[in-house]
Design a protein around this ligand. Structure first.
Ligand code: SF4
Length: 332
């Protein structure tokens, strides 16, 4: 790989997209951008990045914010556990690292919600440490470049790739190398129809030489999605509606939604107001909303029931499925 690295770095310097987190060495800002980009595309991530830093400009602002404030800024991004983990990490930085963002890979890795990729990205972008940052884009590039038959979602793939790239990464500008690999995966070595003829790695790429680009990366069989039916209750009283705050742990943790009806509730007599399909990574959800007069048949699993004035409903952090109902009802 050493022979093509200079070409890769030159290609990056001439072609990179200017993004705010590429113009900073502030580890907090880089960390925020990386967590946001784990669940959204760059163009959508930009507005979340600005909003997040506007609301929580320093680590201590995030550490001292209420959970509702954080989830509100995060609303629509999904994977809310990540937002809550960010606050845990911010608190840990204050308590364990004296308010200073940890300066090396091993310490960064200790932060809640920070995995190998994110720790490597922060360590190299903020502190110029030579650790390869391997995201989905880099996995695809390297699997084609070398021709790796191990599925990319296996630990063995990550281990061998990390070792290989940690040896290859230039000591002088590891940050540029990591950015270049990620950008090449996003812009050139794309999932379908990679643009090999304009690729800086072409001269040494196994898949291009063998015309096997579409055979790599190898992917393990996907877990089948399960079906999930939810029956929500719209309980209204004098301009107020009942909301339930989900438990902090698990899916949609800490977010608000309509309370759910107990499984035994006889739905036949009730009026269905709306129905939505919603997909999560391993779940196909069908959600029904029924207008219910009394709250006596609500599931015991509904946590923290709260009466909310209709005009205040949008102050509560809600998940995307719930927002579909809110929008449908004209409350948004
Ligand atoms: S030459 Fe083609 S397959 Fe190989 S890394 Fe570049 S874009 Fe990907």
């Amino acid at each position: 790989m050493q022979r093509v690295i200079p070409k890769l770095l030159t290609w990056y310097s001439e072609n990179y997209r200017q993004l705010p987190w590429r113009e900073t060495q502030n580890p907090y800002h880089i960390w925020v951008s990386e967590i946001i980009l784990q669940q959204t595309r760059v163009d959508q991530g930009l507005s979340y990045y600005y909003r997040f830093l506007d609301k929580f400009p320093e680590i201590h602002d995030l550490a001292h914010a209420s959970e509702a404030e954080i989830l509100k800024v995060w609303q629509g991004l999904g994977y809310y556990a990540r937002a809550r983990n960010m606050q845990k990490a911010a608190k840990m930085i204050l308590s364990t690292f004296n308010g200073v963002f940890p300066l090396n890979y091993t310490e960064i890795l200790q932060l809640p919600g920070v995995g190998n990729y994110t720790a490597a990205a922060i360590a190299s972008f903020a502190f110029k440490l030579p650790v390869a940052a391997i995201d989905g884009n880099v996995k695809r590039v390297i699997s084609r470049f070398i021709g790796i038959d191990t599925p990319i979602d296996k630990m063995a793939f990550l281990k061998s790739t990390q070792q290989y790239l940690n040896e290859q990464i230039p000591r002088t500008n590891p940050d540029i190398f990591n950015q270049a690999m990620i950008e090449l995966g996003a812009m050139v070595c794309t999932p379908t129809q990679p643009k090999c003829l304009s690729c800086a790695l072409l001269d040494e790429c196994y898949a291009a030489r063998e015309a096997k680009q579409n055979l790599y990366p190898v992917v393990a069989k996907k877990q089948k999605a399960t079906n999930w039916t939810i029956n929500y209750a719209l309980v209204e009283n004098a301009g107020e509606i009942l909301l339930s705050k989900r438990e902090s742990k698990g899916i949609w943790g800490g977010l608000h939604e309509f309370p759910q009806l107990s499984e035994k509730y006889p739905l036949e007599k009730e009026k269905k107001i709306a129905e939505f399909e919603h997909k999560l990574s391993h779940k196909n959800i069908t959600a029904h909303l029924f207008k219910i007069d009394s709250d006596s048949h609500l599931s015991l699993e509904n946590k923290d029931l709260v009466w909310v004035k209709l005009e205040n409903i949008n102050f509560f952090p809600m998940h995307k499925l719930m927002l579909k109902f809110v929008e449908y009802l004209g409350w948004k």
